[in-house]
Design a binder for this molecule. Structure first.
Ligand code: 5GP
Length: 210
C-alpha cells in the first residue's frame, strides 16, 4: 500500500523566487505534484489555462465555493484564488507530496483544517536583496515595487506561523533544502503509526516465551 503523501505549502514574499524553487523541485525529484489553483484574475501574457491557473469568472468561482470544491480560498488584491480539492486528495492518496504555492491567508486556513500540513516560508537573505530582485524582474514600476515591499513587511509578522523558514540564496540549493525537510517529515513518528503498530505486533510474538 502507498504511504499517504504530505500536503506542503510554500509561501514567500512576492519576488522571493518561490516559483523558480518549485519548478526546480518538480524537475529534480519525482515525488512531487503541484496543485494548479483557480483564480478570477485575468491571465497574464504567457499564462496557459490549466497550467498556470484555471481561469474562472467570479460566478463560476462562487459556484465552486458553494459546492465545497476548494480546500481553501482567499481574496488577494481584489481577486479570488483557491485550491481545488479533487486533484490534491487524489495525489495525496497516490502517495505524492503535494505542493501548494499559496499566500499567507490560504496557508493558515489549510493548517486549520489539516494540522499535518507542512508550512514552508521561502525568504530572501535580506530586504535589500528582495528589492533588488523585484527591480530586476523589470515587470513592475516603482510604486508597485514599493507596495510589494510594504506588503512583505506586513507578511513578515506571520513568518513564525510557518514550520520552516528557508533562505533562498540560490534556487537549486533552496529546492534541495526543502526536499530534505520533506524527507525528514516523512520520518516523523506521528506519520508512522501504522509501521509502529505493525512492528509492535510482530515483536509481541517474540516476547511470549519470556
Ligand atoms: P499572482 O496573481 O501573482 O499569480 O498570485 C498572487 C498570490 O496568490 C501569490 O502569493 C500566490 O502564491 C497566491 N495564490 C495562488 N494560488 C492561490 C490559491 O489557490 N490560494 C491562495 N490562498 N493563494 C493563492
Amino acid at each position: 500500500m502507498n504511504k499517504k503523501g504530505i500536503l506542503m505549502i510554500i509561501s514567500g514574499f512576492s519576488g522571493a523566487g518561490k516559483g523558480t524553487v518549485v519548478k526546480e523541485m518538480l524537475q529534480r525529484y519525482e515525488n512531487y505534484a503541484l496543485s494548479v489553483s483557480a483564480t478570477t484574475r485575468q491571465p497574464r501574457e504567457g499564462e496557459a489555462e490549466g497550467v498556470s491557473y484555471f481561469f474562472k469568472s467570479q460566478e463560476a468561482f462562487e459556484q465552486m465555493i458553494a459546492e465545497d470544491r476548494f480546500i481553501e480560498y482567499a481574496k488577494y488584491v481584489d481577486n479570488y484564488y483557491g485550491t481545488p480539492r479533487d486533484y490534491v486528495e487524489q495525489q495525496l492518496s497516490l502517495g505524492k507530496d503535494v505542493i501548494l504555492e499559496i499566500e499567507l491567508q490560504g496557508a493558515l486556513n489549510v493548517r486549520k483544517m489539516n494540522p499535518d500540513a507542512v508550512l514552508i516560508f521561502v525568504a530572501p537573505p535580506t530586504a535589500r536583496e528582495l528589492e533588488r530582485r523585484l527591480v530586476g524582474r523589470g515587470t513592475e514600476d516603482i510604486t508597485v515595487i514599493a507596495k510589494r515591499m510594504s506588503r512583505a513587511y506586513e507578511e513578515s509578522g506571520y513568518m513564525e506561523e510557518y514550520d520552516y523558514i528557508v533562505i533562498n540564496e540560490e534556487a537549486s540549493q533552496c529546492a534541495e533544502e526543502i526536499h530534505d525537510i520533506v524527507q525528514a517529515e516523512h520520518a516523523r513518528s506521528s506519520r508512522n503509526h501504522e509501521f509502529i503498530h505493525r512492528i509492535e505486533e510482530q515483536l509481541k510474538d517474540y516476547s511470549k516465551g519470556e
